[in-house]
Design a protein around this ligand. Structure first.
Ligand SMILES: [Zn+2]
Length: 466
């Protein structure tokens, strides 16, 4: 068998693995590279990957860095099935439509700019796919239940196991007929931490012959959720005491719903009164609706809170603002309020007009809950820059900026090793992907200490014989 990583080999984006078997060719994930121009230039259908020759595609979850190149594959003629969970189909549709919309809007802006100067727009700036490609892609998706063995291609059966990373996320166990014997191949997908609200904890696979495993936080553990929640609670209490406004730049899926859950808990414990919460993002609103469609996937605690009606009764102060006018109107609302708006790194989206309006207010709080890339406004705030440029205006930062690292949707080092111990035996071949080289090198050492197996760190498009 051959295994070829077409992404996420030494980086955390672009997940894609081609598995070449005796009688079938299967692609596991086909995600987008995200980051600087050099990385984004890798958003291609590689030469070795022939869309029409594939027997099946398997998708682990709906994040763009796992599903974002699928519409390009469909544009190239892929017409087979894309197996994934029902919740992931809805998440992927939301994420891919949003990506198509952003690329089209970007392209039109560049086109107008170029036309004004009498120039042509760069061909590399053309959108990678459009809304029609997304619709064609979604049509190929087949809903799969967790924990059920399903034939996906000649001689290949797949089982999806809950990965606890986002709603619908899965690790994949493949059983492959190879020269008369059955072999087990595991793809971890992204592995969640323990104790995330709504989601079940990851369900690790049984011992396998081959394990392809993520290593995003392979070199460190997160601050504990309990400590993070204590700090979150302290910030909200302070804002309430000052009638201040809290702004949270947040990616619409996952963290937005997690924050709602934690706020509901604070309301329940009467730590703070039920202050107004604004989900100021059409995508956040849609993602929250998908959570409501898939309550069957919730963990026991969230299910109990939902069944009793308590969760919804605690969250009656939540407002969702779909239109631009509704979003602008939040400016006139007096504190204390919480506003959750994208984008997560404050590089675009509605969070920008809130920050322009409020960053110079000493009673305002900005809570940073996710990773902030170099050069982004979010990063400048984290780094304590005194004056920042927002939507073309220079603003003095007087608001209080807080960074909370413990809300990650990825397992930390200890949890990764615990997960790995379940499926790595003395003869397992282990490949570490989806992590920067520093992180996967450290994780490789720790895994070797605990399992005795020496993991391999593959490079892009390397043909691995497994
Ligand atoms: Zn992910």
């Amino acid at each position: 068998m051959n295994l070829i990583p077409y992404g996420a080999a030494g980086v955390v984006t672009g997940s894609a693995y081609l598995l070449e078997l005796e009688h079938a060719r299967i692609l596991i994930d086909f995600g987008m590279f995200q980051g600087d121009r050099e990385l984004e230039a890798m958003n291609i259908v590689p030469e070795g990957l022939h869309a029409r020759d594939l027997d099946a595609v398997i998708l682990t979850h709906g994040h763009l860095d796992h599903c974002g190149r699928l519409p390009m594959l469909v544009r190239r003629g892929y017409r087979g099935s894309i197996f994934t969970t029902a919740a992931t189909i809805e998440m992927a549709e939301l994420v891919l439509r949003d990506a198509a919309h952003i690329m089209e809007a970007d392209y039109e802006r560049k086109l107008r700019k170029a036309q004004k100067k009498g120039m042509k727009v760069n061909r590399d700036d053309a959108p990678l796919f459009d809304a029609d490609d997304v619709a064609d892609t979604i049509k190929l998706m087949r809903a799969v239940d967790y924990d059920t063995l399903l034939d996906v291609a000649p001689g290949v059966a797949a089982r999806f196991l809950d990965a606890g990373h986002m709603l619908g996320s899965a690790s994949i166990e493949l059983r492959v007929m190879d020269q008369g014997t059955t072999r087990r191949i595991v793809f971890s997908g992204d592995i969640g931490p323990h104790g995330l609200p709504f989601l079940r904890d990851p369900n690790p696979p049984e011992p396998a012959d081959v394990v392809v495993m993520e290593s995003t936080y392979g070199d460190r553990n997160h601050r504990s959720l309990a400590d993070t929640l204590a700090e979150f609670s302290r910030i909200v209490q302070q804002a309430v005491a000052q009638n201040g406004k809290i702004f949270v730049p947040s990616f619409a899926i996952g963290r937005t719903q997690q924050l709602l859950y934690h706020l509901a808990e604070l309301f329940k414990q009467k730590v703070i009164p039920a202050i107004p919460i604004y989900i100021d993002s059409p995508m956040g609103i849609n993602a929250t609706r998908i959570y409501q469609h898939h309550t069957e996937l919730f963990d026991d605690e969230s299910t109990a809170l939902l069944r009793s009606g308590e969760l919804l009764s605690l969250l009656t102060s939540v407002h969702t603002t779909e239109t631009r006018e509704e979003s602008q109107a939040i400016n006139d609302v007096k504190g204390p309020i919480v506003v959750i708006a994208g984008s997560g790194m404050a590089t675009a989206g509605r969070i920008l007009h809130h920050l322009r309006q409020n960053l110079d207010d000493p009673t305002a709080h900005v809570i940073i809950v996710g990773y902030q890339g170099h050069g982004t406004l979010g990063r400048k705030l984290v780094d304590g820059q005194q004056v920042v440029s927002v939507l073309g205006d220079k603003i003095s930062v007087r608001a209080q900026i807080h960074t909370l690292g413990g809300f990650s949707a990825h397992a930390g080092q200890t949890e990764l090793i615990d997960w790995g111990r379940h499926c790595i035996g003395p003869t397992t071949s282990v490949y570490l992907t989806h992590g920067e080289d520093d992180a996967r090198t450290v994780l490789a050492e720790r895994l070797q200490e605990t399992t005795g197996v020496v993991p391999y760190l593959p490079t892009y498009a390397e043909r691995l014989i497994v």
